[in-house]
Design a protein. Structure first.
Length: 342
């Protein structure tokens, strides 16, 4: 997924906004230009008696079309000219405005391109100044997209998610979801700097190669010592490298799928429950929360484990009625039950 790619400046950053098809925009302008040429040709054709062709003969439709093309483009060879008062009046009142409109069309297209580039530059600079405590997803394939969907389900806003990938299809997918998209290789410092990695709250590393994942983790940790890094690995032998590189959580993707398949073989209903647990906002969900002020779990919540001083204890190993203020609780709750996730 993440491969070497040339690094540019602001053109790598794609802020979410409404976009239109470039082909449609060009075709619309070309159609308008052709319409202007035809309009001038019809004006000349209907008043052909007031025009004179230096080559002699009557003004035909093709002569009128030729005159329209050289007129609106301001070429004006002068081989066909208006000689009567009526033809000159028509040229003044109808053809001249058409020529001006054509110039506006040409100049307007250029100005629009420059304006769009300037607007993108300004918007990118503003975004870089305000982005803080955001989530960076390095690799936006099926795994990265699933991680982003889960973040959204857990209350993260789209403008708090930044996607880094090398593929245009991934950039388009990020745009559709309202994420900031940066096209580039997440192993390169310049690309991560554009993603505001130094101020990121958490980083999801989900490329399709373990060696790339390890390099991304090392690079991210060099920029940000406090960000929570979650990385996915495919080969068992590479998982320890991700941890040594600085990943806080390492997901064994292959083993996780294998366990689900094995579980589904003997207890298929349990798989549905497990899938429900890890899917935010559907039925029941597994969350982490602090100890409530009154020491009692909210209604609809069941204690699963307690994290105390960096160690995990099952609910049988800890007295649920004697929780300490610094404990972090892993609980199962019904969707919609209020709980402190912070």
């Amino acid at each position: 997924m993440l491969m070497a790619a040339p690094v540019h400046d602001v053109d790598l950053v794609r802020l979410p906004r409404r976009t239109f098809s470039p082909a449609q925009a060009v075709l619309r302008r070309v159609g308008f230009a052709i319409a202007l040429v035809l309009f001038v040709a019809l004006v000349v054709l209907f008043s052909r008696d007031g025009y004179e062709d230096a080559a002699g003969g009557e003004i035909s439709f093709w002569d009128a079309l030729y005159y329209g093309s050289v007129t609106v483009t301001t070429t004006g060879y002068g081989d066909i000219s208006a000689v009567s008062s009526g033809a000159r009046l028509a040229a003044t009142l109808l053809i001249t405005p058409a020529r001006i409109l054509f110039l506006i069309l040409v100049v307007g297209t250029t100005v629009e391109v420059l304006t769009d580039q300037t607007r993108t530059l300004i918007a990118t600079r503003r975004w870089r100044k305000r982005v803080r405590n955001h989530y960076v997803i390095c690799g936006f394939g099926s795994t990265g997209q699933a991680a982003a969907a889960d973040l959204l389900a857990r209350g993260v806003k789209p403008d708090e998610i930044v996607v880094v990938d090398t593929l245009k299809s991934s950039m388009d997918a990020a745009d559709e979801r309202g994420f900031v998209a940066i096209q580039g290789n997440a192993t390169q410092n310049a690309v991560l700097e554009q993603a505001g990695i130094a101020d990121a709250k958490a980083v999801v590393v989900s490329p399709n190669r373990d060696d790339t994942a390890v390099l991304i983790v090392l690079t991210v940790r060099e920029f940000n010592r406090t960000a929570h890094i979650v990385a996915g690995g495919r080969e068992q032998e590479n998982l320890h490298l991700l941890r040594q590189g600085g990943a806080d959580e390492v997901i064994d993707a292959t083993a996780a799928v294998g366990r689900m398949l094995g579980l589904a073989t003997h207890t298929p209903e349990a798989v549905e429950v497990l899938d429900d647990l890890i899917a935010a906002g559907s039925g029941i969900e597994l969350i982490e929360m602090g100890v409530p002020a009154d020491g009692e779990l909210p209604p609809g919540c069941a204690l699963v484990a307690v994290i105390r001083n960096g160690e995990r204890f099952s609910r049988l190993q800890v007295d649920a009625s004697n929780l300490e203020p610094g404990d972090r609780l892993i609980v199962v709750r019904d969707t919609g039950t209020p709980a402190d996730k912070k």
